[in-house]
Each structure stands twice: as structure tokens, then as C-alpha cells.
Design a protein around this ligand. Structure first.
Ligand code: AMP
Length: 334
């Protein structure tokens, strides 16, 4: 029997058609609400967040870790190039959440180094990171990282004695300290570093192991320009006429590798070849040419399968470039 068939109750009966319409309207508005919620949810999970405060970063990371998401950190000083973006892609493959820290760390620059002039372009960096699907850019100020009263320094031992550790006193104390803080703030499960800064990667691995940090340290091979120049934010300082001099670093690694392949294993002789090649370019000033053991970073007299050639060269007194490569075996960065 239809709802409207009882006379006595006729004025209280809603016709079936109206019930259907009302029900439909409720369903549509519920669906619409659901769609809006879904849109907001997707936006909140796909839009990159920018976090400046260490406390907020930790709170956010704690929430993500609480629901079982693995966090991978890519520490950078910004001014992104393809090398940085590859690190982000590697991180993306290792964890649900990718956090990129963007902080030009004053603690790792010497008094006569380029801290103030270091290239900075936050708008471009955040656009590039968003395009890579990064979840969070963590970009604190110096004041937030080193508030008044800050006085703790992390120092790694003999790995920092040679190479950049010798020519940039205090540099690795600054690196180890800030990376330690970044690990703690972001609660990262893994972190990606480039092999271009080979000594830095070795120092971080050592620190993480020595201090039981329970974080996986992942290395990424050197990313190079088509002509072999190792990508670097500092390449921006190079004029077109300085590029051949800058390229001499990679060329000299290739030169030494070929000589070693032909049987010249004495590192003193190889260093002579490297120096000669670099110095044949006007404006080059060698900081160091070192053949070291790839594990201990101690100098070696003869090349073996573990030997790394590490270079630092200043171009026209203003741009300091570094590069490295293992002597025997495949060129891992090419
Ligand atoms: P930076 O912003 O220069 O401090 O570098 C941030 C991270 O990117 C460090 O782990 C660097 O080793 C890495 N990186 C920089 N340039 C390259 C490159 N050409 N290839 C691989 N990793 C790189």
C-alpha cells in the first residue's frame, strides 16, 4: 500500500516521489562533502610543506613516524642542480616521506670563505623540489639552528685529518654538528649524500655508526655535466672562459686512471701528471692532489683497487672546486 492511502493520516504522509527526491538530495550533498574532504586530503598529502621551525619539523616527523611512514632526509645548502635532484629521486625510492633540508650552515664555513656570497634562490629551489614530489622542505634560520647559548660541537677523528679537513680547518666539525642536528630534528630513518663530497660522506657514515644513530646512510655517485664537470652550486660562479680550467679536474682524474691502467701505480708519479695537467690551464691554483685509501682516507704510496684520487682546485682565486674518482675499475660517476 502506498504511504498516502490512509485518509486520517493523509496530511502527515510525504508522497513517495518527494521522499525519493529528498533522499537523493541528501545523498548528493553527502557525496559532495566527501569529494571535498577527499580533495583536501589529497592536497594535504601531495602538496609540499615548507617548515622553518625545528620544533614543528620534529612534531610533523613524529606524526608521520607514528603511522609507520619511513622518512628519508636529503641535506642540502640549496641552489639545486641535477645532482641534488637525483639525490631526491633516490630518497623517494627508499622511503614514503622525503624531507629536503635547505640550510646554508654558517658553522662549516671558514672566516674567509664564501658564506655570505653562497648562491641562494629559495623560490626556484622549492619549485624544483615540489616537482620531484618532495614532501617537506625544512628551511630553518641560523638563529633557530644555533640559538644563543649553543655550545656543542661534534668532531669526527682521523677521517677529517686530510683533504678538505686539512685545508678547511673546522669545516667537518660544522658539517658533523649540523647533520647530527638535522638527523635529530627530522627523525630520519635514512639520509642520502653525494659521493662528490666523498670525505663528507665518509665522515657522516663514521659519525652515524660511532654514535649508534640507527640511520641508514646512502651514497649517490657523482652527477656530471655532459663534458664531465662535476655538478656544483659553485659552478654558477664560473665564467665561460673559466670552464676549460674547471674541466681540468675531471680530465686529470681520467689521465691518472689511464696511467694506472697502463701500470704506473706510484702515486707520486701520478700526482705529478695530475698537477702538470691542471697547472697547464691559466688561473688554476691547486689546493690538494691526494691519492688516499677509500676507506681510511689516509695517503697511499701505491695504487690499488681501493685508491681514490681526490682534488681541490681554486679557479682564478674565487671558485674552489672539488672532484674525486677511484683509480682502478669502473668510473662510478660517469
Ligand atoms: P650541497 O648543497 O652542495 O651541500 O650538496 C648537498 C648534497 O648534494 C651533498 O650530499 C652533496 O654531496 C650532493 N651533491 C652536490 N653535488 C653533487 C653532484 N654533482 N653529484 C652527486 N651529489 C652531489
Amino acid at each position: 500500500m502506498p504511504c498516502g492511502s490512509n485518509d486520517g493520516a493523509a496530511s502527515f504522509v510525504i508522497p513517495a516521489q518527494r521522499v525519493d527526491n529528498a533522499f537523493l538530495a541528501i545523498c548528493i550533498s553527502c557525496l559532495w562533502g566527501l569529494l571535498l574532504c577527499l580533495r583536501d586530503f589529497i592536497a594535504s598529502t601531495t602538496e609540499m610543506k615548507v617548515i622553518n621551525s625545528p620544533a614543528e619539523m620534529t612534531a610533523w616527523a613524529r606524526t608521520e613516524a607514528g603511522v609507520g611512514r619511513r622518512i628519508c632526509l636529503v641535506p642540502t645548502m640549496g641552489c639545486f642542480h641535477e645532482g641534488h635532484l637525483r639525490l631526491m629521486r633516490l630518497a623517494r625510492g627508499r622511503a614514503e616521506i622525503v624531507v629536503v633540508s635547505l640550510f646554508v650552515n654558517p658553522l662549516q664555513f671558514g672566516p674567509r670563505e664564501d658564506f655570505a656570497a653562497y648562491p641562494r634562490d629559495f623560490a626556484r629551489d622549492s619549485r624544483l623540489a615540489a616537482e620531484e614530489g618532495v614532501d617537506v622542505i625544512f628551511s630553518p634560520s641560523s638563529g633557530e639552528m644555533y640559538p644563543a647559548g649553543f655550545q656543542t660541537v661534534v668532531r669526527v677523528g682521523s677521517l677529517t685529518r686530510h683533504l678538505c679537513g686539512a685545508s678547511r680547518p673546522g669545516h667537518f666539525d660544522g658539517v658533523a654538528t649540523v647533520v647530527n642536528k638535522l638527523f635529530a630534528i627530522t627523525r630520519a630513518d635514512c639520509a642520502v649524500f653525494g659521493e662528490k663530497d666523498f670525505q663528507q660522506l665518509a665522515v657522516i657514515r663514521r659519525m652515524a655508526a660511532d654514535l649508534n644513530m640507527n640511520i641508514e646512510i646512502i651514497g649517490h655517485p657523482i652527477v656530471r655535466e655532459a663534458d664531465g664537470l662535476a655538478m656544483s652550486s659553485r659552478n654558477l660562479y664560473l665564467g665561460p672562459d673559466e670552464r676549460p680550467a674547471a674541466l681540468s679536474l675531471y680530465q686529470s682524474i681520467q689521465l691518472a686512471r689511464k696511467a694506472a691502467d697502463r701500470g704506473e701505480l706510484r702515486t707520486e708519479a701520478l700526482a705529478g701528471l695530475v698537477r702538470e695537467h691542471i697547472e697547464s690551464f691559466a688561473g688554476t691554483e691547486i689546493d690538494y692532489v691526494s691519492f688516499v685509501d677509500g676507506g681510511t682516507l689516509e695517503p697511499v704510496a701505491a695504487v690499488d683497487g681501493q685508491t681514490l684520487l681526490a682534488l681541490a682546485v681554486r679557479i682564478n682565486g674565487k671558485v674552489r672546486l672539488i672532484d674525486n674518482g677511484f683509480m682502478l675499475g669502473a668510473d662510478r660517476g660517469w
